[in-house]
Write a protein that binds this ligand. Structure first.
Ligand code: RI2
Length: 320
Protein backbone atom coordinates (compact mmCIF):
# COMPACT_ATOMS: atom_id res chain seq x y z
CA UNK A 1 0.00 0.00 0.00
CA UNK A 2 1.37 3.45 -0.81
CA UNK A 3 2.19 5.77 2.09
CA UNK A 4 -0.56 8.33 1.47
CA UNK A 5 -3.16 5.57 1.27
CA UNK A 6 -2.09 4.12 4.63
CA UNK A 7 -1.95 7.60 6.15
CA UNK A 8 -5.50 8.25 4.97
CA UNK A 9 -6.78 4.99 6.41
CA UNK A 10 -5.15 5.73 9.77
CA UNK A 11 -6.71 9.20 9.82
CA UNK A 12 -10.18 7.84 9.02
CA UNK A 13 -9.63 5.03 11.56
CA UNK A 14 -10.09 2.37 8.94
CA UNK A 15 -6.76 1.19 10.33
CA UNK A 16 -6.97 1.67 14.09
CA UNK A 17 -5.65 0.37 17.42
CA UNK A 18 -2.23 1.54 18.51
CA UNK A 19 -0.39 -1.68 17.60
CA UNK A 20 -2.03 -2.07 14.20
CA UNK A 21 -1.32 1.59 13.37
CA UNK A 22 2.37 1.05 14.17
CA UNK A 23 2.63 -2.09 12.04
CA UNK A 24 0.75 -0.43 9.16
CA UNK A 25 3.18 2.51 9.28
CA UNK A 26 6.19 0.18 9.21
CA UNK A 27 4.66 -1.68 6.27
CA UNK A 28 3.96 1.58 4.41
CA UNK A 29 7.55 2.77 4.89
CA UNK A 30 8.86 -0.57 3.68
CA UNK A 31 6.62 -0.54 0.58
CA UNK A 32 7.50 3.12 -0.05
CA UNK A 33 11.21 2.28 0.14
CA UNK A 34 10.87 -0.66 -2.24
CA UNK A 35 8.95 1.49 -4.74
CA UNK A 36 11.42 4.40 -4.55
CA UNK A 37 13.28 5.36 -7.72
CA UNK A 38 15.76 7.62 -5.93
CA UNK A 39 19.29 7.23 -7.32
CA UNK A 40 21.23 8.82 -4.46
CA UNK A 41 21.11 7.99 -0.76
CA UNK A 42 20.36 11.63 0.00
CA UNK A 43 17.36 11.68 -2.34
CA UNK A 44 16.16 8.40 -0.87
CA UNK A 45 16.47 9.76 2.66
CA UNK A 46 14.54 12.92 1.73
CA UNK A 47 11.78 10.85 0.15
CA UNK A 48 11.53 8.61 3.21
CA UNK A 49 11.62 11.60 5.59
CA UNK A 50 8.59 12.98 3.78
CA UNK A 51 6.81 9.63 3.96
CA UNK A 52 7.58 9.43 7.69
CA UNK A 53 6.23 12.95 8.23
CA UNK A 54 3.01 12.07 6.37
CA UNK A 55 2.48 9.03 8.61
CA UNK A 56 3.32 10.94 11.78
CA UNK A 57 0.80 13.68 10.97
CA UNK A 58 -2.17 11.27 10.94
CA UNK A 59 -3.03 10.80 14.62
CA UNK A 60 -1.11 12.42 17.47
CA UNK A 61 -1.72 10.23 20.53
CA UNK A 62 -0.64 6.62 20.00
CA UNK A 63 3.11 6.75 20.66
CA UNK A 64 3.52 3.36 18.99
CA UNK A 65 3.40 5.30 15.70
CA UNK A 66 6.43 7.60 16.24
CA UNK A 67 8.30 4.76 17.98
CA UNK A 68 7.75 2.48 14.97
CA UNK A 69 8.66 5.19 12.46
CA UNK A 70 11.80 6.07 14.44
CA UNK A 71 12.89 2.46 14.56
CA UNK A 72 12.30 1.80 10.86
CA UNK A 73 13.96 5.04 9.74
CA UNK A 74 17.04 4.18 11.81
CA UNK A 75 17.66 1.50 9.16
CA UNK A 76 18.96 4.24 6.85
CA UNK A 77 22.41 4.57 8.27
CA UNK A 78 25.02 7.09 7.14
CA UNK A 79 27.48 6.39 4.33
CA UNK A 80 25.40 3.73 2.65
CA UNK A 81 24.68 3.29 -1.03
CA UNK A 82 21.06 3.76 -1.98
CA UNK A 83 20.55 0.00 -2.25
CA UNK A 84 22.10 -0.60 1.16
CA UNK A 85 19.97 2.17 2.69
CA UNK A 86 16.86 0.64 1.17
CA UNK A 87 17.78 -2.82 2.43
CA UNK A 88 18.51 -1.40 5.90
CA UNK A 89 15.09 0.21 6.10
CA UNK A 90 13.28 -2.88 4.81
CA UNK A 91 15.06 -5.11 7.34
CA UNK A 92 14.12 -2.79 10.20
CA UNK A 93 10.49 -2.61 9.05
CA UNK A 94 10.21 -6.40 8.84
CA UNK A 95 11.87 -6.72 12.24
CA UNK A 96 9.43 -4.28 13.80
CA UNK A 97 6.38 -6.05 12.37
CA UNK A 98 7.62 -9.45 13.48
CA UNK A 99 8.59 -8.31 16.97
CA UNK A 100 5.27 -6.48 17.38
CA UNK A 101 3.30 -9.63 16.55
CA UNK A 102 5.53 -11.62 18.87
CA UNK A 103 4.98 -9.06 21.67
CA UNK A 104 1.20 -9.34 21.31
CA UNK A 105 1.44 -13.14 21.71
CA UNK A 106 3.75 -12.96 24.72
CA UNK A 107 1.52 -10.42 26.48
CA UNK A 108 -1.49 -12.71 25.96
CA UNK A 109 0.45 -15.50 27.69
CA UNK A 110 1.62 -13.33 30.60
CA UNK A 111 -1.68 -11.48 31.02
CA UNK A 112 -3.83 -14.61 31.05
CA UNK A 113 -1.99 -15.75 34.21
CA UNK A 114 -3.60 -12.85 36.06
CA UNK A 115 -7.07 -14.03 35.07
CA UNK A 116 -8.48 -16.67 37.40
CA UNK A 117 -10.98 -19.41 36.76
CA UNK A 118 -14.45 -17.95 37.38
CA UNK A 119 -13.39 -14.30 36.86
CA UNK A 120 -15.60 -11.66 35.32
CA UNK A 121 -13.56 -9.15 33.34
CA UNK A 122 -14.46 -5.70 32.14
CA UNK A 123 -12.79 -4.28 29.05
CA UNK A 124 -13.17 -0.89 27.38
CA UNK A 125 -12.64 -0.13 23.68
CA UNK A 126 -10.99 -2.64 21.37
CA UNK A 127 -7.45 -3.61 22.20
CA UNK A 128 -5.86 -6.58 20.49
CA UNK A 129 -3.48 -7.13 23.43
CA UNK A 130 -6.18 -6.82 26.10
CA UNK A 131 -8.40 -9.23 24.15
CA UNK A 132 -5.39 -11.48 23.61
CA UNK A 133 -5.09 -11.92 27.41
CA UNK A 134 -8.80 -12.65 27.79
CA UNK A 135 -8.91 -15.12 24.90
CA UNK A 136 -5.76 -16.88 26.13
CA UNK A 137 -7.37 -17.35 29.57
CA UNK A 138 -10.45 -18.81 27.90
CA UNK A 139 -8.31 -21.15 25.79
CA UNK A 140 -6.56 -22.33 28.94
CA UNK A 141 -9.96 -23.62 30.02
CA UNK A 142 -10.78 -20.92 32.56
CA UNK A 143 -14.46 -20.20 32.91
CA UNK A 144 -14.69 -16.44 32.37
CA UNK A 145 -17.32 -13.84 31.55
CA UNK A 146 -16.76 -10.39 30.07
CA UNK A 147 -18.44 -6.99 30.28
CA UNK A 148 -17.63 -4.94 27.15
CA UNK A 149 -18.53 -1.28 26.79
CA UNK A 150 -20.08 0.32 23.73
CA UNK A 151 -17.32 2.98 23.32
CA UNK A 152 -19.03 6.06 22.01
CA UNK A 153 -18.67 7.70 19.58
CA UNK A 154 -16.87 5.22 17.27
CA UNK A 155 -18.39 2.06 18.77
CA UNK A 156 -15.21 0.01 18.90
CA UNK A 157 -17.10 -2.12 21.44
CA UNK A 158 -18.89 -3.74 18.48
CA UNK A 159 -15.57 -5.12 17.22
CA UNK A 160 -14.78 -6.34 20.73
CA UNK A 161 -18.06 -8.21 21.22
CA UNK A 162 -17.77 -9.82 17.79
CA UNK A 163 -14.28 -11.10 18.63
CA UNK A 164 -15.40 -12.35 22.05
CA UNK A 165 -18.50 -13.96 20.60
CA UNK A 166 -16.45 -15.72 17.91
CA UNK A 167 -14.10 -17.00 20.61
CA UNK A 168 -17.11 -18.48 22.44
CA UNK A 169 -16.77 -16.21 25.50
CA UNK A 170 -19.88 -15.26 27.46
CA UNK A 171 -20.16 -11.48 27.05
CA UNK A 172 -22.36 -8.68 28.37
CA UNK A 173 -22.56 -5.55 26.19
CA UNK A 174 -23.19 -2.33 28.12
CA UNK A 175 -23.34 1.40 27.43
CA UNK A 176 -20.31 3.35 28.66
CA UNK A 177 -22.28 5.01 31.43
CA UNK A 178 -23.29 1.64 32.94
CA UNK A 179 -19.78 0.76 34.12
CA UNK A 180 -20.28 1.85 37.72
CA UNK A 181 -23.60 -0.01 37.91
CA UNK A 182 -21.90 -3.28 37.05
CA UNK A 183 -18.46 -2.83 38.61
CA UNK A 184 -19.38 -4.94 41.66
CA UNK A 185 -19.97 -7.89 39.33
CA UNK A 186 -16.43 -7.50 37.96
CA UNK A 187 -13.21 -9.09 39.29
CA UNK A 188 -10.67 -7.48 36.97
CA UNK A 189 -10.51 -4.63 34.46
CA UNK A 190 -8.29 -5.31 31.42
CA UNK A 191 -7.58 -2.52 28.92
CA UNK A 192 -4.96 -1.61 26.32
CA UNK A 193 -2.91 1.57 25.96
CA UNK A 194 -2.09 4.13 23.31
CA UNK A 195 0.74 5.58 25.37
CA UNK A 196 2.40 5.04 28.74
CA UNK A 197 4.23 8.02 30.20
CA UNK A 198 7.40 8.01 32.30
CA UNK A 199 5.37 8.39 35.50
CA UNK A 200 3.25 5.35 34.67
CA UNK A 201 0.11 7.15 33.54
CA UNK A 202 -1.76 5.36 30.78
CA UNK A 203 -3.32 7.20 27.85
CA UNK A 204 -6.12 5.13 26.38
CA UNK A 205 -9.57 5.45 24.82
CA UNK A 206 -11.74 8.18 26.30
CA UNK A 207 -13.61 6.77 29.29
CA UNK A 208 -10.76 4.53 30.47
CA UNK A 209 -10.02 6.81 33.42
CA UNK A 210 -13.68 6.71 34.49
CA UNK A 211 -13.63 2.93 34.27
CA UNK A 212 -10.42 2.81 36.34
CA UNK A 213 -11.84 5.27 38.85
CA UNK A 214 -14.94 3.14 39.33
CA UNK A 215 -12.72 0.06 39.67
CA UNK A 216 -10.50 1.65 42.30
CA UNK A 217 -13.56 2.77 44.27
CA UNK A 218 -14.88 -0.82 44.16
CA UNK A 219 -11.42 -2.31 44.91
CA UNK A 220 -11.29 -4.07 41.56
CA UNK A 221 -7.80 -4.49 40.05
CA UNK A 222 -6.92 -2.71 36.81
CA UNK A 223 -4.51 -4.43 34.42
CA UNK A 224 -3.14 -2.66 31.34
CA UNK A 225 -1.75 -4.67 28.43
CA UNK A 226 0.86 -2.67 26.53
CA UNK A 227 3.82 -3.53 24.32
CA UNK A 228 7.06 -1.71 25.24
CA UNK A 229 6.81 0.41 22.06
CA UNK A 230 3.75 2.12 23.58
CA UNK A 231 5.95 3.72 26.24
CA UNK A 232 6.70 7.36 25.45
CA UNK A 233 10.43 8.25 25.63
CA UNK A 234 9.96 11.98 25.25
CA UNK A 235 7.88 12.19 28.41
CA UNK A 236 11.24 11.88 30.20
CA UNK A 237 11.85 15.45 28.99
CA UNK A 238 8.49 16.62 30.25
CA UNK A 239 6.84 16.41 26.85
CA UNK A 240 3.12 15.78 27.24
CA UNK A 241 1.13 13.31 25.18
CA UNK A 242 -1.16 15.20 22.84
CA UNK A 243 -4.76 14.10 23.24
CA UNK A 244 -6.40 13.89 19.84
CA UNK A 245 -9.68 15.77 19.54
CA UNK A 246 -11.70 14.44 16.63
CA UNK A 247 -14.52 16.04 14.64
CA UNK A 248 -17.69 16.87 16.57
CA UNK A 249 -19.70 15.23 13.80
CA UNK A 250 -18.61 11.84 15.20
CA UNK A 251 -20.74 12.67 18.25
CA UNK A 252 -23.57 14.80 16.84
CA UNK A 253 -24.55 14.93 13.16
CA UNK A 254 -23.78 18.29 11.51
CA UNK A 255 -27.49 18.79 10.56
CA UNK A 256 -28.41 18.82 14.26
CA UNK A 257 -25.32 20.73 15.39
CA UNK A 258 -26.18 23.46 12.85
CA UNK A 259 -29.49 24.08 14.59
CA UNK A 260 -27.78 24.58 17.98
CA UNK A 261 -25.53 27.62 17.55
CA UNK A 262 -24.72 27.86 21.27
CA UNK A 263 -23.56 24.28 21.51
CA UNK A 264 -19.99 23.13 20.87
CA UNK A 265 -19.39 19.41 20.63
CA UNK A 266 -16.18 18.27 22.32
CA UNK A 267 -14.76 14.96 21.19
CA UNK A 268 -11.45 14.01 22.80
CA UNK A 269 -10.52 10.49 21.68
CA UNK A 270 -8.37 9.61 24.71
CA UNK A 271 -7.93 10.32 28.40
CA UNK A 272 -5.22 9.84 31.01
CA UNK A 273 -5.47 7.29 33.80
CA UNK A 274 -3.02 8.07 36.62
CA UNK A 275 -0.57 5.39 37.77
CA UNK A 276 -2.32 5.19 41.17
CA UNK A 277 -5.38 3.67 39.50
CA UNK A 278 -3.38 0.94 37.79
CA UNK A 279 -2.22 -2.26 39.45
CA UNK A 280 -0.13 -3.77 36.70
CA UNK A 281 1.11 -3.09 33.18
CA UNK A 282 1.76 -6.30 31.27
CA UNK A 283 4.43 -5.91 28.61
CA UNK A 284 6.17 -8.55 26.49
CA UNK A 285 9.08 -8.27 28.93
CA UNK A 286 6.82 -9.24 31.81
CA UNK A 287 4.45 -7.46 34.17
CA UNK A 288 5.56 -4.26 35.89
CA UNK A 289 4.00 -1.84 38.35
CA UNK A 290 3.25 1.42 36.45
CA UNK A 291 5.90 3.20 38.53
CA UNK A 292 8.55 1.22 36.63
CA UNK A 293 7.72 2.80 33.28
CA UNK A 294 11.06 4.65 33.22
CA UNK A 295 12.96 1.37 33.29
CA UNK A 296 11.10 0.12 30.22
CA UNK A 297 11.90 3.34 28.35
CA UNK A 298 15.57 3.18 29.32
CA UNK A 299 16.19 -0.54 28.92
CA UNK A 300 13.98 -1.55 26.02
CA UNK A 301 13.49 1.57 23.94
CA UNK A 302 17.14 2.49 24.34
CA UNK A 303 16.50 6.13 25.25
CA UNK A 304 18.71 8.10 27.59
CA UNK A 305 19.09 11.77 28.35
CA UNK A 306 22.18 13.13 26.58
CA UNK A 307 24.68 15.69 27.75
CA UNK A 308 22.58 18.61 26.55
CA UNK A 309 19.30 17.34 27.92
CA UNK A 310 18.17 15.84 24.64
CA UNK A 311 17.13 12.25 24.48
CA UNK A 312 19.60 9.98 22.72
CA UNK A 313 18.52 6.79 21.17
CA UNK A 314 21.18 4.39 22.29
CA UNK A 315 19.74 1.19 20.91
CA UNK A 316 16.90 0.00 18.77
CA UNK A 317 13.47 -1.18 19.67
CA UNK A 318 14.05 -4.65 20.94
CA UNK A 319 10.88 -6.56 21.44
CA UNK A 320 12.14 -10.08 21.00
P1 RI2 B 1 -4.16 -2.17 20.71
C1 RI2 B 1 -7.16 2.20 20.51
O1 RI2 B 1 -7.32 3.49 20.00
C2 RI2 B 1 -7.83 2.03 21.85
O2 RI2 B 1 -7.67 3.16 22.69
C3 RI2 B 1 -7.10 0.83 22.36
O3 RI2 B 1 -7.26 0.61 23.74
C4 RI2 B 1 -5.67 1.20 21.98
O4 RI2 B 1 -5.79 1.83 20.69
C5 RI2 B 1 -4.68 0.08 21.93
O5 RI2 B 1 -5.02 -0.86 20.96
P2 RI2 B 1 -8.18 3.82 18.65
O6 RI2 B 1 -7.24 3.60 17.48
O7 RI2 B 1 -2.85 -1.74 20.15
O8 RI2 B 1 -9.40 2.95 18.61
O9 RI2 B 1 -4.02 -2.87 22.02
O10 RI2 B 1 -8.53 5.29 18.78
O11 RI2 B 1 -4.98 -2.95 19.71
Amino acid sequence: MIVSETADKIKRMEIRGAGRIARAAAEALRDGALASRAVTTEAFRQEMDMAAATLLSTRPTAVSLPNAVHMVMAGIEKHLTVDEAKAGLVTRADEFIRSSQHAVERIAGFGSRHIRDGDTILTHCNSEVALGCIIAAHKEGKEIEVFATEVRPRNQGLITIKTLNDAGIKTNFIVDSAVRSFIHDVDLVVVGADAVTVNGAVVNKIGTSQVAHAAVEARVNVMVAAETYKFAPRTILGELIKIEERAGSEVLPDEIAKTLPNVTVRNPAFDVTPAEYIDLIVTEKGAIPPQMAYVIIRDYLGWEIGEFGDPLMTGGLNNE
